[in-house]
Design a protein around this ligand. Structure first.
Ligand code: NAD
Length: 268
């Protein structure tokens, strides 16, 4: 492989995000798919990952053997279900590759395994890989600390009717950013339900569900006299795939440790 090309092994290659990532990789000359993994028994085992995604022949057959698929990879990119994440972590460590985890709904055991892996390899795990959301965190942090406690902060989100969890992990992350910027303990200052509750000010996180909305997040900063709103709207899944490929390219060859999308964008 050429020195400038980042080799990616993708876990969950036939999934909704997997197909988007294969297309996003195909669109970049500096990144190349070298392995594609699916669950054993998946109908697409043996199929060419690029052709399945409508991105032309990638020369990579989808396999259920993650160790073999990760061999020689610069970055293992995980967009499988949470049950597959431990395997992706082990495969990345075994191959000495960096690890990008996009999978959400991870449990404490996965989180510990990710922390342990970061002592040996470069790791980025984020429930939202949108570059716009990364910038929104940065803007929100600065807005909260500049405006001060005279401004209440609320996070409002809306997603399609099929989204299982509410409020979204991204909305909770934004609330944590606001709490940190205010110097509040996130564990005690974020309220996800407020019916009948009155008292000390907290950061409310409200989720609406309906239609086919890919994902909208608004941070509201309101004083008695003015209101600032910072909004991000996702138009498709493509933005997550593009962010993932940008993050994978950033992680390749980095020293062991935990990285964030803020690092990818040079915001930290
Ligand atoms: P999906 O169900 O469409 O795809 C998951 C794929 O993983 C399926 O093709 C499935 O067959 C495959 N799979 C199952 N077991 C496997 C195994 N053991 N090894 C390899 N592959 C296996 O789901 P999706 O919509 O593509 O989402 C995948 C994950 O990405 C979810 O956790 C979702 O929440 C998350 N996600 C993250 C971001 C982000 O920005 N971080 C954005 C969108 C989605």
């Amino acid at each position: 492989m050429s020195e400038k090309t980042v080799g990616v092994t993708l876990v969950g290659a036939a999934g909704r995000m997997g197909l988007e990532i294969v297309r996003a990789v195909a669109a970049r000359p500096d990144v190349r798919l070298i392995g594609a993994v699916e669950r054993a028994g998946c109908d697409h085992i043996g199929a060419d990952a690029g052709r399945l995604a409508g991105a032309g022949d990638a020369g990579v057959a989808i396999s259920s053997d993650i160790e073999a698929a990760a061999d020689g990879a610069d970055v293992v990119v995980d967009f499988g279900p949470p049950e597959a994440t431990l395997g992706a972590i082990r495969a990345a460590e075994g191959a000495g590759a960096a690890l990008l985890v996009g999978t959400t709904g991870l449990d404490a055991r996965d989180a510990e395994a990710i922390d342990r892996a970061a002592r040996r390899i470069a790791v980025l795990s984020a429930s939202n890989l949108s570059v716009g959301i990364a910038v929104m965190h940065d803007i929100l942090r600065r807005a909260v600390s500049s405006l001060g406690e005279g401004f209440d902060v609320e996070i409002v989100e809306m997603h399609h009717r099929g989204k299982a969890d509410a409020p979204s992990g991204t909305a909770l992350d934004l609330a944590r950013t606001a709490a940190d910027a205010r110097g509040w303990d996130a564990g005690e200052s974020i309220a996800t339900a407020r019916a009948g509750v009155r008292g000390a000010r907290e950061i409310g996180v409200l989720g609406a569900r309906g239609g086919g909305v890919f994902g909208e997040h608004t941070a509201i900063l309101a004083s008695d006299h003015e209101r600032l709103e910072i909004t991000h709207r996702a138009a498709s899944r493509t933005l997550f795939a593009q962010g993932a490929v940008r993050a994978a390219s950033f992680l390749a060859g980095k020293p062991a440790g935990r990285y964030t999308m803020m690092d990818v964008l040079g915001l930290d």
